[in-house]
Design a binder for this molecule. Structure first.
Ligand SMILES: [Zn+2]
Length: 189
């Protein structure tokens, strides 16, 4: 996944998202705001980092995502809100899980406890995510609708590439459909 000049990024579409197999540095961004289609006045860079069993720690930058001056801070606020929601989900979910585990310990005398503990924790965290969405995300987004914009997002996945090698690809999600169509056109996806 290194930048090689003259090379084109290898991009295909999967369920509305774009998967970049090769040359992420050569992805072409349509020169307009990725949220509203207005003038491209500033760019965003997403730093992606994940650890994969077979390949270790992978760092990739997705650079040059254009925004206008109005949308850029709104896109950033959306990310901050997402982080707050994730933290709150754990803050709510972990104590809830522990509480439920204690309750279930008192009732079940023997048997597959570890399986139960794992399942309860997963359910409690799911409940935590639901609760934090209800408490934080939903009301704030409803009240301050005009303060938020859905930004371009990206993350890393391990997959079998077209030539059947296992490797890391970058998934790019573009919420604005017009911008996504222009992106597809530019990158041959
Ligand atoms: Zn804009």
């Amino acid at each position: 996944m290194e930048r090689q000049s003259g090379r084109k990024a290898l991009v295909h579409r999967v369920k509305g998202n774009f998967v970049v197999e090769e040359n992420i540095g050569d992805v072409q961004w349509p020169q307009q705001c990725a949220v509203c289609g207005g003038p491209a006045e500033t760019t965003d860079c997403l730093h992606l980092q994940s650890t994969f069993k077979a390949l270790g720690k992978i760092d990739v930058d997705v650079d040059g995502i254009p925004y206008c001056r109005e949308c850029f801070p709104k896109a950033h606020k959306g990310k901050v809100l997402e982080r707050v929601r994730t933290v709150l989900a754990f803050v709510l979910g972990i104590p809830l899980g522990l509480y439920l585990i204690v309750l279930s310990m008192q009732q079940r005398s023997s048997g597959s406890k570890f399986v139960w503990i794992g399942m309860i924790m997963v359910l409690a965290l799911a409940a935590g995510f639901g609760l934090s969405w209800l408490i934080v995300d939903f009301p704030i987004r409803t009240l301050f609708r005009r303060q938020f914009a859905k930004p371009v997002d990206a993350w890393l996945i391990q997959e079998n590439k077209s030539d059947n090698r296992e490797g890391i690809s970058v998934v790019i999600s573009i919420p604005n459909e017009d911008y996504a169509a222009a992106f597809a056109g530019l990158n041959g996806a």
